[in-house]
Write a protein that binds this ligand. Structure first.
Ligand code: CP3
Length: 361
């Protein structure tokens, strides 16, 4: 019998219905504007750099105590409204046995790029047991986080596929786009396998108790809306639909996705992440237009401060935060965040000040 959420033992999901992050994610009226930051755990924090000293990234991701501690660091320091699990989008692929590593300063690198049918067939599927240390880390966090919600995540099929096909980070995603168009059947077979991997990874986190999930399709903005809908949306939609039964908010995020916002919503998101290129009120206007899905009159958005501006002076940052909070009022719910991850050179004290300011607005 296939394991489903019904047949697996489920921990009691924490009762956090008043948490501002979860209220906003559901389009309700939170007690305060909630804020967290993508990549809030990481190199901007001296306590992170100290803990990671001499520990390779992918070792840290399979050490429950370490991943729990790194996840908690920004919550303690900044007082953010949500924790995001410290892991990486390539963790489930590594766990499943794929030869992949994270090279400092570069990103994920695979030993042999996946570009033909044999290589696609050899992409391993994930057994939940292989990410047991991640689930153990989630259970530690659920005990230690108190009333702060925990966000789990996975990489979306397109973004994962780009790393596998290109062999590493890519500016143009040329091998990925070429394969997609030259051999759609092979593309769909690879994207389907990666959707299975992402879904298994998310379910493992949900079974261990995460309170929300974010699907990172960081590089989807490289695609035209037409290609996105044909080659990517069905696979991301299967991942998002596959976790719907848990009833937790599903956030869908990508960079440079101004032209894809409605398509990413149609994939099944409850919350659409927006980068800094599209003002939130404009994003809400775009998302309010019904498309293939029936009722989207009141979208919920997350974003969208340009992470580079955190390196500007405080008056610049403050004006940006105020503008974004005001523009976010157009949405049914707004979760304040950056438009992409915290840059390593960011002064963590600026992040703490942003949290304080957002909470006063
Ligand atoms: O705080 C958080 O947001 C949670 C942790 C997190 C990491 N990676 C930790 C990490 C999350 C959510 C991710 C997801 C991730 N990983 C994405 C999607 C989000 C995004 O930024 O668009 C992507 C594209 C990756 C792939 C990846 N992993 C890259 C591009 C890098 C950076 C490489 C580098 O050194 O510049 C990584 C490594 C990585 N993942 C680090 C961290 C903290 C840095 C490694 C280190 O500290 O040594």
């Amino acid at each position: 019998m296939p394991t489903t959420a019904e047949t697996r033992p489920q921990p009691a999901r924490r009762e956090l219905s008043e948490a501002p992050f979860l209220v906003a994610a559901r389009g309700g009226k939170p007690a305060r504007l909630p804020v967290w930051f993508m990549r809030q755990a990481g190199r901007s924090l001296p306590e992170y750099r100290a803990l990671r000293e001499g520990v390779p990234m992918l070792d840290a991701c399979f050490d429950p105590e370490m991943l729990a501690e790194v996840t908690l660091q920004p919550v303690r320091r900044h007082g953010v409204d949500a924790a995001i699990l410290f892991s990486d989008i390539v963790v489930p692929l590594k766990a499943a046995g794929l030869d992949i590593d994270i090279v400092p300063g570069t990103g994920p690198v695979v030993a042999s790029p996946v570009r033909d049918a044999a290589a696609v067939a050899a992409v391993p599927l994930l057994d939940p047991e292989q990410v047991a240390p991640v689930a153990d880390g989630v259970r530690l966090l659920v005990e230690r986080l108190g009333s702060t919600p925990l966000i789990g995540f996975a990489g979306a099929p397109f973004t994962l596929a780009s790393y596998l096909i290109e062999g590493g980070p890519s500016r143009n995603h040329e091998h990925t786009k070429a394969l997609m168009h030259a051999d759609p059947e092979l593309w769909h077979s690879l994207a389907g396998r990666l959707a299975d991997v992402a879904l298994t990874f998310l379910r493992a986190q949900l079974d261990a108790g995460v309170d929300a999930v974010q699907l990172f399709d960081s590089w989807a903005g490289a695609l035209s809306p037409r290609d996105y809908r044909e080659f990517v949306l069905p696979h991301s939609a299967r991942v998002l639909a596959g976790v719907a039964e848990y009833g937790v908010p599903r956030i869908h995020f990508g960079v440079g996705t101004g032209e894809l916002l409605t398509a990413m919503r149609d994939a099944g998101a409850d919350v659409v992440g927006v980068d800094w290129r599209v003002p939130l009120d404009e994003a809400v206007r775009r998302l309010s237009v019904p498309d293939s899905a029936p009722d989207h009159a009141r979208p919920v958005v997350q974003g969208n401060l340009d992470p580079a501006l955190l390196l500007a002076s405080w008056p610049v940052v403050e004006a940006e935060v105020r503008r974004i909070a005001a523009e976010g009022k157009a949405a049914a719910g707004h979760i304040f965040n950056l438009g992409h991850g915290v840059l390593p050179g960011t002064d963590p004290e600026v992040l703490t000040r942003v949290v304080e300011l957002v909470h006063r607005l």
